[in-house]
Structures are given as structure tokens and as C-alpha cells.
Design a protein around this ligand. Structure first.
Ligand SMILES: Cc1ncc(COP(=O)(O)O)c(C=O)c1O
Length: 352
């Protein structure tokens, strides 16, 4: 028997960080409770199935070898934030690992929207993954003919929830390095997240919230599932692509926000010394959104409080994330009555 997902629904706390001592509490975006999630529908290879029936083969090379690619995406108030950018990145990752996705980008985007509609979701976290597909126990990808495509959508709270202040977290610098370009490449969002997982274990062992990884040269790269920004001498900087980062969708939008707000921002190499002596540090990611880092390796960042630049960018991000022009509407009646389109009666999409 294969167990994928879970029968029991526990409150999902991914991306939600315990507060640093002494900080005021508020809600970060989370997924909702067991009762609300028990009837979720999952897209598996062109079919919409009940969550407990959502499964793929144990001979799938996504499971056997981590051979596949994925995306994590958010929808806010009926709009999938930067859907096009995520789908583009998915196809670029797939192209790099020579995985031919058997549907067009438009069909993939529509499958995401259809899964959201089927679940009547307006605010959601979306996990989209494509594996090499079923093969034999050998590594040879040529023996896998049909990629498996899975789309999981879970409710999150509304992008309109009043979040006045960002919550700060603590981090360590991990001993685990990000993948270099001549290994599996940091630019591929692949199903192999072992370096992030090992780094996260170091954070857990150290009793902090997250781990910052360096590139193989020792420059700051990124956190386990987030990009990093620093504020130093009033100017913003974020590690450039030659520091083993993933091309973060949120990172790109935050760069644009910073520019629009008139900040000087550069993409460049950042040393651990600069990171620890920065006035402010924050991380960005689809699920985490914008999270200030207030302590690294036991040293306070600046005064150890959320800084003004981070707070301003956070505020701006929470304003733009719900805007229609930031993504793709899920429902055709978007913005009219606010009602959600009735779910499909037919539990099957066109077979790909
Ligand atoms: C390793 C890594 N870096 C950065 C990010 C942030 O990317 P995005 O803003 O596109 O979510 C992620 C997101 O999953 C990630 O896994």
C-alpha cells in the first residue's frame, strides 16, 4: 500500500515560524483546518480525484530518484499570483533536466485553475509537480515514457487579512552549501531538496527557525526555501545568480517594489560578514512571503528588531499581492459579485 498525503489533516504550519521571544504575535498566512480540508480534490495525470485516492506509482522516478521538477504557488483573493512566471520556471527546470512535459504551458495553467475551481478556492497554496514518470528500478530516464503531473491545492487564509507587522525569525549559517552550476544546478527547482533539508536539520538542532546556505565559494546564497535580502548602509542588496540562488519569483517582485519605492538595490555577492553586520536582513518566498531575520548565529541583526526598510517593503507587498494584474484570475466572474463558480460536476479533465 502506498501512502501519499495523509488521511489525518493536521494544521499546516509550513512557512509559519515560531516567534522570537518577546515579539508580539500575529497571524501569518496559513492553510486552514482539518475539517475544511478533508474533501480536497487533487489533479493527478489529467484526472481530478479525492485527496485519499491521489497517488502515483512506486516505480515513478520522482519517488525513486527525485527525478522531477515542481513549483509552489499562491492564490490570493481569486488571483493566482505570478502564475505565468511560475509555469515558465517549471518548464525551464524541466527543459534543463530533459523532461518533456506532455502539455503546453497554457494547458498546465488551465489545469491549475481548474483544480482551484474544483476545490472552490480563492486563497490557496498550490503545489505543482512533474516527475519523470514510471520506469524500472534502474536510473535510466529513457525507460520512463510518461511524466506524472500532480497539482495539489490547499486553502490558505485571505490575502486581505490585516497583517500589520512582519514577524521576525532567527537563523544560522549552515555548513551545507547550495548546489553549484556544474552539479545539479541551483537554478533547477527539482524534486531533490536534500541540501535544504539537511540545512533545516541544522537549524532545528540549533533551535532556530531557518538556515542560510552559502555557495561553494563561501558567499551568502539563500535560506532553505527563501531568497535573502540585506540592507547595508541604507542600500538593499540580494545575492546574484552566481551565488547559487534559485530565481525566486518573490525575489524578483521585491526587487521591483524596492526600485519603485526609490531604494538603491543591487544584485551582487554578499559575504557572511556583511550579512551579520547588516542593518536589516529579510527573506522572500512564495509561502513565507517576506520574513525579517533578526538574529544570525547568535548575533542580532542591527538592533534585533524589524527594520524600517523591511517593514515598508512588507507593507507594499501585502498591498500588491491581491491585485488582479499581479497574476491570473481563477474565476471568469472575477471581481463582479465575489461569488465562486460552482464546482465541475464531471470529476475528470480532458486526458492529456
Ligand atoms: C531553494 C529556494 N529558494 C528560493 C525560493 C523562493 O522562490 P519563490 O519566491 O519563487 O517562491 C524557494 C521557494 O520555494 C526555494 O525553494
Amino acid at each position: 500500500m502506498v501512502f501519499i498525503g495523509g488521511n489525518k489533516r493536521v494544521k499546516n504550519t509550513r512557512g509559519v515560524y515560531p516567534l522570537l521571544k518577546g515579539m508580539s504575535s500575529h497571524k501569518l498566512p496559513t492553510t486552514t483546518s482539518a475539517a475544511e480540508n478533508s474533501d480536497l480534490i487533487v489533479y493527478v495525470n489529467g484526472k481530478l480525484v479525492q485527496r485519499n485516492d491521489a497517488s502515483i506509482s512506486v516505480w515513478d522516478h520522482g519517488l525513486l530518484y527525485g527525478d522531477g521538477v515542481f513549483e509552489g504557488i499562491r492564490a490570493y483573493n481569486g488571483v493566482v499570483f505570478k502564475l505565468k512566471e511560475h509555469v515558465d520556471r517549471l518548464y525551464e527546470s524541466a527543459h534543463y533536466i530533459r523532461l518533456k512535459i506532455p502539455m503546453s504551458k497554457e494547458q498546465m495553467s488551465e489545469a491549475v485553475l481548474e483544480t482551484l475551481r474544483e476545490n472552490k478556492l480563492q486563497n490557496a497554496y498550490i503545489r505543482l509537480l512533474v516527475t519523470r514518470g514510471v520506469g524500472d528500478l534502474g536510473l535510466n530516464p529513457m525507460n520512463c515514457s510518461n511524466p506524472s503531473i500532480v497539482i495539489i491545492t490547499e486553502p490558505t487564509n485571505s490575502g486581505e487579512d490585516p497583517i500589520s507587522k512582519p514577524v521576525g525569525v532567527s537563523a544560522i549559517i549552515s555548513s551545507i552549501r547550495r548546489d553549484p552550476v556544474d552539479a545539479t544546478s541551483h537554478e533547477v527547482k527539482s524534486l531533490n531538496y536534500l541540501n535544504s533539508i539537511l540545512a533545516r536539520w541544522e537549524a532545528i538542532d540549533a533551535g532556530v527557525n531557518d538556515a542560510i546556505m552559502l555557495d561553494t565559494q563561501g558567499f551568502v546564497s539563500e535560506a532553505t526555501a527563501e531568497n535573502i535580502f540585506i540592507v547595508a548602509k541604507g542600500q538593499l542588496a540580494t545575492p546574484s545568480i552566481d551565488s547559487a540562488i534559485l530565481h525566486g519569483v518573490t525575489r524578483q517582485r521585491v526587487i521591483e517594489i524596492a526600485e519603485d519605492l526609490g531604494y538603491v538595490i543591487s544584485e551582487r555577492r554578499i559575504t557572511p560578514f556583511e550579512l551579520i553586520n547588516a542593518e536589516e536582513v529579510f527573506m522572500t518566498g512564495t509561502l513565507a512571503e517576506i520574513v525579517p531575520i533578526l538574529k544570525v548565529n547568535g548575533r542580532n541583526i542591527g538592533p534585533g528588531k524589524v527594520g524600517p526598510v523591511t517593514a515598508r517593503i512588507f507593507g507594499e507587498f501585502t498591498k500588491i499581492r491581491t491585485k488582479t494584474n499581479e497574476g491570473t484570475p481563477i474565476y471568469s466572474n472575477q471581481g463582479k459579485s465575489g461569488e465562486i463558480r460552482a464546482p465541475l460536476q464531471e470529476k475528470s479533465l480532458t486526458k492529456i
